[in-house]
Structure formats: C-alpha cells, structure tokens
Design a protein around this ligand. Sequence first.
Ligand code: PLP
Length: 441
Amino acid sequence: MNASLAARSLRSVWHPCTQMKLHEAQPPIAIAHASGPWLHDVDGRRYLDGISSWWVNLFGHSHPHIQAALADQLERLDHVMLAGFTHAPVVELSERLAALTGLGHAFYGSDGASATEIALKMSAHFWRNSGRPAKNRFIGLAGGYHGETVGALAVTDIAIFREAYAPLVRLAATVPSPDARGARLGESAFEVARRSAAALQAWLAEHHEETAALIVEPLVQCAAGMAMHDPEYLRLARALCDRYEVHLVVDEIATGFGRTGTMFAHQQAGIRPDLICLSKGLTGGTLPLSAVLTTDAVYEAFYDDQLARGFLHSHSYTGNPLACRAALATLEIFEQQDVLARNAVLARALDEAFAPLTSHPRVRHARHLGMIWAWDVETALPDFASRYHRHALAHGLLLRPIGRTIYAMPPYVLDAEAVQCLAQGALAALEATLAEETPAS
Ligand SMILES: *Cc1c(COP(=O)(O)O)cnc(C)c1O
C-alpha cells in the first residue's frame, strides 16, 4: 500500500524542497496517522519526529486538547472573511498574543513567508506615511532565512533557495551574521556579537536614510544550520535601530513559543522589537497560520481618513477561526502545564543522552539552546545530509541534517523511551553514515 501511495504521490504531487528525480531511489514515506512524537507509516513502521515536522509541532501530534478545540470550533464557525467581520477566536488570540509580546494589532497570514511580506510592507509603508518614502530598503543577516516567496527572498540569504530567482528579487543588504562559530582565535560569542554589530553600525551610518527595517532571527538562525549568537547582538541592534530610525523586525517564526527556552527568543536580550513575525508553532503544528504584531506607533501611522494610508494587504483565509482556535488551545497548554519549566527538565535529560554524540571525535561546534541541539560533522561526503537522513529513518527517526549539521528540534513531549530512541538513533545514524566514507587510498 505504501508503494502504491508513494507512486501515486510522485505522479500527482510536486513535493517541496525536493529534486523530484531523487525520489526514483528513495520514494516518499506515506504516513497514515500520528500521535505524540511518533509518525506511523502505512506499513506499520513508526518514526520519532525529531524535527517536529519542519519545526511546527510543539506538543506532539493529535494532541487531545487541540483536537477538542478544533472539533468544537468546526461545529460553530468554520470560516468567515475578516474584512468587515470578526469572531471570538481571532479577537481572543489577538488579545493573548498582545499580552505575550507587548505589541498589538495582530495582522494574520497563513505562512511564515507571508508574515515576512506583511512585516516588510508594513515597515516601508509606515515610512511612506511618515513622509519619508526613501526609507524603503531592508537589511538582513548573512545566512538569514525568512521564507521563499519573491518578497521574502530579498532577505533570505541562502544561495540554493535564491540563486535561480535572483533576477526577480530586489535584494536587501546583507550584514555579517553574529554566528558564534565565526569566532576568531580567542574570541568569545559576546565579542563576535559586538564585532558583527559594528558592521551593522557601519552600514546604517551610511545607508539609514534609505533603510526601512532590519530583520533578524533572534538567537538562532535555524535554516542556516542552527547558527546561534549571543543576545548582546540583539541589544546592540536594538540600540542602533533606535539611533538610526530603522525598524527592528524579529522573525520568531522558528524560535517562538518556547523553542529557545523562553516564550520568545528576543526576550533573552530584554528588548522590544518594532514588529514580530509568528507562525510555525503558533497552532501547535496543526493548521497554517501566521501573525505580525507591531507597536502603537506603527499602527497609528496608518490610522487616517484616507483609504490609501491604510494597510491594504489581505489573504483570503486571514484570521481563519479554526486556525485561531488551534492557536488558542496551544497557548492554553502553555498556561496550564508550565511548559517552559518542564522543557528545562526535559532538555537536561536530552542533553545528557546526547553526550556521546556531542563528544564524538568527528563533531565540531556542538551547541544547544532550549529545545534545539546541533552538531557540525567533519566529513568529506558531499551528500552527507541525505545519507544521514536515510540512516536515521532506518533507525526509526526523522532527522534531516542541513548540509553537514545534524540537528534535533523535537516536540516538547518526549518520554524516557523517546529520549533514548532519539539520542541513540542520532548517534547510530552518524556511525552508519561515516562508515560509507571511502577510505583514503
Ligand atoms: C520557516 C521560516 C519562515 C517561513 O515560513 P513558511 O511557513 O515556511 O513560509 C520564515 N522565517 C523563519 C525564521 C523560518 O524558520
């Protein structure tokens, strides 16, 4: 049955982020159902979801509280357009997100990339409404990832995603990443942050008149391979953005909702952004939803008698009641279960279980923050990631390295068995992959 579903999928579905021809050798795995951290395929095999299904799942699959909220919502109101109408789930969710972020007036999209588009358009339009239309360019960090629609690609500095579409994109400026792995001899992560901030300052000093916003992934640039930086960078970036009158947009699409140990990563720097982008974990990994929240100052620049000064952006499903209810149920779990404290305990257990991988002789830059672990592997295998992915699957694990970086970003609901399965499988898959290196002759 798996074979036939996989074959039909290859005939009818264009799979994302995939060279379809590679599927000739490795057909997609047909998943029949999922619960907790486990995915079950149609042939009865199970896989531990070590990367939370592309970083969206927080509390495991088929969570009963989210399911019940969705079933209840489905009986009341499936969807209504949000222009000219409103409903309880979108109002309650917006109120809660405002309380959590200290920002307001949540604007909704469906994906992370649309949140990026919304934030960039909002920032540039703010400056236009403020009589400074020249401030319409953006700054991103080297290796930054903010989605793959044409507008978002302007600030996504990952060659494989951008190269083919370069002629379509109005490139943002790219400033050095504070990635702590870039430390020079004897340099600390804190010092790398200061050095990178100095480069940002140099750029802003020259170009602030044309710059609307700086967009950053706070503390962890996930798609760059879990590149981590010191919170000092965010503090300095905040101060520079204030000084040069540039918005600071924090993209918490991957880092939000407890992933880095605090509800939002930027909170570890004690700063407040001008705009925040949320998605991925927002609905606990059940339905697509994204949101951008901003300051009153930004909001008020659009509040006017003139239609054209308003933010005339829209998506058909903006503020979808089902997705908002799933998000509300997700936030209820955070409140009721003291998730951040429980995660700290789980993270210690995982960190201990990962010790043999962390101290593996071929691992460099082992790093950990909250519920994210990453290990760079020294290997000459050009296709290390896909080989490792296959070996991990053979050990009942979903792990998908980025280049030569293995990472784990599991749901927050691993029991002792799952912890061992993840840690032992990750190590075994590494050994199996390295065994495929051809010995130097
Ligand atoms: C995944 C991601 C996005 C894009 O979200 P999509 O829903 O895939 O469009 C944007 N920014 C960051 C930091 C992400 O990790």
